[in-house]
Design a protein around this ligand. Structure first.
Ligand SMILES: Cc1ncc(COP(=O)(O)O)c(C=O)c1O
Length: 408
């Protein structure tokens, strides 16, 4: 800890943290060797390749699933999964509003209608108790998102899904290695999707995978991701509407190397997150999140906490973020409620512009109060900060404390 000056950095004082944080991405000669191997093999795409099938098997096994199909990114993974389950025009899919756009835009991309359901304040994940009221005869699926790497309440989600015969698609884009009651997420429901985009805990720049335990779903996913071909069919034989969502051998080579570090990195993030929570929870105006005891591994793609201006002399979250960043701790405010994005608020959207067969939903009238409050008060720290040491965690807490003392 380098704090020597009680004057805030934002007011011209000395920064709490001068040293750089852990670099991201993490790589070494494992990635170098893997990339050169692909380069020299001349086998750069997955058809006939070895790296993509090897990674598909390794990642599916790691995530307690029988099948994995690599795709171009996490957005495509969701779209492919929805198409494979036959979800389309006129169907409704229940989604949380506290997530990245892809969770809901993928539903629009298959001409179905996203229906937003509020989140729980302690986990920031979909509230299973709110699902029932959103179900209509058109509802076909629920997409719980394991936001920030924290598994959603899969018991509650599966109960609602079973009762109404709905598919469950886990959006695990942020949840590599996360586990619910000892089982890794992704194939607890019918199908799960992951992202390997640059910020993610498992990173290939871009990339994604769909995992499942159901062979029929796996075959359909394979078909949709490979322009409607079938595993046993001819090259120019296309059975369903698909696209080219194939991953390259380069991405799989990087991912195989990255996967060798995932467990250790997850353990480091978990230990540091615990240490940070202990310190932050003692600071007035900081509300740390409670993790459900059924969450056996939180992947901590993000470390989120909530900010109460009352503990900080009424200063806004935006002022707090400016001050925290000035102290040398990179932090951000995160999402807005997804239904407030222009893509949903455009009047035509409410009139079912994407699919005229769908029930028209006026997204301007949607109000998920917990999500709205969280969007006003959440603070996010990026996962790579948690790859540091205990001194790094002390610096984060010291910066927050310094601001609280100055304003509180
Ligand atoms: C919750 C969630 N779903 C889906 C995606 C989409 O993944 P990608 O960026 O790989 O398309 C992301 C990525 O940010 C995400 O955070």
């Amino acid at each position: 800890m380098t704090m020597t000056d009680s004057r805030l950095a934002v007011d011209g004082g000395r920064k709490t943290r001068e040293k750089p944080w852990r670099e991201w991405p993490v790589y070494d000669e494992r990635e170098e060797r893997a990339l050169l191997e692909v380069l020299h093999s001349g086998q750069w795409w997955s058809v006939g390749g070895k790296k993509v099938p090897e990674f598909e098997e390794a990642f599916a096994r790691f995530h307690d699933a029988k099948y994995g199909i690599c795709v171009t990114n996490g957005t495509a993974a969701l779209e492919v999964a929805l198409r494979a389950l036959g979800i389309g025009c006129g169907d409704e899919v229940i989604v949380p509003p506290y997530t990245f756009i892809a969770t809901a835009s993928s539903v629009l991309a298959v001409s179905a209608t996203p229906v937003f359901v509020d989140i729980e304040p302690h986990s920031l994940n979909i509230d299973p108790k709110a699902i029932e009221a959103a179900i209509t005869p058109r509802t076909k699926a629920i997409i719980p998102v394991h936001i920030a790497g924290c598994p959603a309440d899969m018991d509650g989600v599966l109960e609602a899904a079973r009762k109404h015969n709905l598919f469950v698609i886990e959006d695990a884009a942020q949840a590599h290695a996360a586990a619910w009651k000892g089982r890794r997420v992704g194939a607890i429901g019918d199908v799960g999707t992951f992202s390997f985009q640059a910020s993610k805990n498992l990173n290939a720049g871009e990339g994604g995978i769909v995992i499942t335990n159901d062979e029929t779903i796996a075959d359909k996913v394979w078909s949709v991701h490979n322009v409607g071909r079938t595993r046993s069919g001819k090259w120019y034989e296309h059975h369903v509407l698909g696209g080219n969502f194939r991953m390259t051998e380069w991405q799989a080579a990087i991912l195989l190397a990255q996967l060798t570090r995932l467990e250790e990195q997850t353990a480091t993030r978990t230990a540091n997150a615990r240490c940070l929570t202990e310190q932050l929870s003692q600071i007035p105006g900081i509300l740390t999140l409670q993790t459900d005891s059924r969450v056996t591994t939180h992947a901590y793609h993000l470390y989120a906490f909530r900010y109460d201006p009352a503990g900080f002399g009424g200063r806004s979250r935006e002022e707090f973020l400016r001050a925290l960043n000035a102290e040398g701790v990179p932090a951000s405010s995160g999402y807005v409620p997804l239904y407030k994005e222009v893509v949903f608020q455009r009047k035509t959207a409410g009139q079912g512009a994407w699919c005229r067969a769908g029930r028209p939903i006026d997204y301007g009238a949607v109000n998920c109060p917990v999500c709205e409050q969280v969007c006003r008060d959440a603070v996010w720290l990026f996962q790579s900060l948690l790859l540091g040491d205990r001194e790094d965690m002390q610096d984060i807490a010291a910066a927050v404390q310094k601001i609280q003392k100055a304003w509180g």
